[in-house]
Design a protein around this ligand. Structure first.
Ligand SMILES: [Zn+2]
Length: 153
């Protein structure tokens, strides 16, 4: 089964759950299979506490704006793209979120050091150029780590 690295950045939806804003899928040779920045859902409006949480991620973490994006989120597109692949995800929270969202997929939790310890030297920028909290950059950093580990073994 071919392996892919899955990374995403989120906003909080109006019920306080997370919703994927940026998604990146890369194969083990650094080929980008999918990279999307999703538009704000048309019916979205927030209670104050979630709009504050979203201000935080906009200003401090991934720095994407809700209004930015190329298309609307469609789970069927992601399911279709990932079916038959082994999805590798870093971080227990993202793993749990993703396996609940798409329970029919093959998903594996990656054990890696924190992002602060991963190498961001060989990475690509996505077109939004929004710092290291970018799903595309994080995919590259994970692949950098996996390639080092695989060469050592
Ligand atoms: Zn990005």
């Amino acid at each position: 089964m071919s392996r892919v690295v899955v990374e995403f950045e989120c906003f909080y939806d109006k019920r306080g759950g997370q919703i994927i804003k940026e998604l990146c899928l890369m194969d083990m040779d650094y080929n980008v299979l999918m990279h999307e920045v999703y538009k704000m859902p048309p019916t979205q409006s927030y209670p104050k506490k979630y709009s504050q949480a979203n201000s935080y991620v906009t200003q401090r973490l991934h720095k994407l704006q809700w209004t930015e994006g190329d298309k609307y989120w469609r789970i069927a597109d992601i399911r279709r793209k990932l079916s038959g692949l082994l999805c590798q995800i870093k971080g227990i929270q993202k793993y749990v979120y993703f396996t609940r969202l798409l329970p029919m997929l093959n998903v594996m939790l990656l054990q890696t050091p924190s992002y602060h310890q991963l190498l961001f030297t060989r990475t690509m920028n996505c077109k939004y150029v929004h710092g290291n909290n970018c799903a595309l950059k994080k995919c590259c950093a994970i692949l950098n780590y996996l390639s080092i580990i695989n060469n050592i073994r």
